[in-house]
Design a protein around this ligand. Structure first.
Ligand code: IMP
Ligand code: MG
Length: 183
């Protein structure tokens, strides 16, 4: 693990799950999948802040078609690592999505509550189509079945950090995805 983050690198409880190179390669593949599926439809990539920030920006750069980007933010977890079960919109889109092909970009789908809440909201605004892309899909944690159309990797129930994902706002800037293990 020599990815140049001395302070965190020294943390013995941090185990790398996906390296920066692995993420870049997978996101490139996902970008080509989007290009294949959307062609000249000019999709709107909607990033769910803050966790999707790295993924959305890399995915957009890996997708060699005309597209637009916008962002929204929801809150549900506070600073803990388990869901509070309540999802709230804390920042809205600026784009009118009526008739648009929307790709919701998430860093990780866990219980599915956030994605379900956002899909319900966007559906009510008349999007022409609505797809979900996530870097990580924690399949065993799902309590609400939500469609995941593009997934970087399906993983278990471990709490992951890095590449946009936080634990109490830390670790978002790691270029890789890791797991914090019990000391
Ligand atoms: P859900 O609503 O339970 O699917 O949770 C989705 C949101 O919870 C994500 O957008 C993340 O902000 C956060 N989250 C869930 N699991 C993790 C994790 O393993 N690491 C970091 N954040 C997580
Ligand atoms: Mg978080």
């Amino acid at each position: 693990m020599s990815e140049g983050h001395p302070a965190v690198h020294a943390d013995p409880t941090l185990r790398v799950l996906f390296t920066a190179d692995q993420i870049a390669a997978r996101v490139r593949e996902m970008g080509l999948e989007l290009a294949r599926d959307f062609g000249d439809k000019r999709p709107l990539l909607v990033g769910v802040l803050k966790g999707a920030c790295m993924f959305q920006c890399d995915l957009a750069r890996a997708t060699p078609i005309d597209l637009e980007m916008d962002f929204l933010a929801v809150s549900s977890y506070g600073s803990g690592t388990t869901s509070s079960g309540r999802v709230k919109l804390v920042m809205d889109l600026r784009t009118d999505i009526t008739g648009r092909h929307v790709v919701l970009c998430e860093g990780v789908v866990d219980s599915g509550q956030s994605v379900q809440f956002i899909l319900d909201l966007l559906r009510s605004r008349g999007a022409a189509s609505l797809k979900v892309a996530t870097l990580l899909d924690k399949v065993p944690c799902r309590t609400i079945p939500v469609p995941v159309d593009y997934a970087g990797w399906r993983i278990g129930s471990e709490f992951v950090i890095g590449y946009g994902l936080d634990a109490a706002e830390r670790y978002r800037n790691l270029p890789y995805v890791g797991v914090l293990e019990e000391a």
